[in-house]
Design a protein around this ligand. Structure first.
Ligand code: PRP
Length: 185
């Protein structure tokens, strides 16, 4: 991977900045407050991050939640992308834990594209009879959505373009970038 101040080059593809680190962080600060306020203080949020992409978003949400927020954190790992395309096939790699009955579950995604990953996870969680299931995503591509599920908390709505950075990858590269980049070609 090569990088200058505006462009990133990975395996012959060029990416340009779409959302800056400053913009992303400011929006996550707002989202954390919005999520916090939507759950009464006495309710514990069972936050489940979807690996790999959501690891940075989860970490920053935790940074910006009030520090007395009642919260549990866990992760699940799903894979659906090959290169720059969502394959539509869901592969569970680290499954959901049991024990979500009567809990307030918040699924946290870096991006919702077709929505098939979040639909799969929501169905799996519903089988455990939680009290509620909500969805937070940093990025949302409404034009790519292939399910009727809508996220409850959205950082940014974007065009159906391929993006990397801030946890999102192109063939496992680019997750370390602090800005979010879009495929230029
Ligand atoms: C990405 C992303 C979401 C999913 C969204 O994961 O992190 O989990 O795809 O796509 P969908 O809405 O079309 O289902 P990916 O499979 O690339 O795995 P990764 O997070 O480990 O990169």
């Amino acid at each position: 991977m090569q990088k200058n101040h505006k462009l990133v080059y990975i395996n012959g593809k060029t990416f340009e900045v779409l959302l800056t680190q400053t913009h992303i962080q400011a929006r996550i600060r707002e989202l954390a407050w919005q999520i916090h306020q939507s759950y009464p203080q006495e309710q514990t949020i069972y936050l489940i991050g979807v690996l790999n992409g959501a690891f940075r978003f989860v970490a920053d949400l935790l940074t910006y939640f009030p520090q007395d927020r009642q919260l549990c954190v866990d992760f699940t790992k799903i894979s659906s992308y090959a290169g720059t395309y969502s394959t539509g096939e869901i592969h569970p790699i680290i499954g959901l834990k049991q024990g979500l009955k009567n809990k307030h579950v918040l699924l946290v995604e870096d991006i919702i594209d077709t929505g098939l990953t979040i639909q799969y996870l929501t169905k799996q969680i519903q089988q455990q009879q939680p009290f509620s299931v909500k969805i937070a995503t940093l990025l949302f591509k409404p034009q790519a959505l292939r399910t009727s599920l809508q996220p409850d908390f959205i950082g940014f709505e974007i065009e159906p373009l391929f993006v990397i950075g801030y946890g999102l990858d192109y063939n496992e590269q680019g997750r370390n970038l602090n800005d979010i980049y879009v495929l230029k070609d």
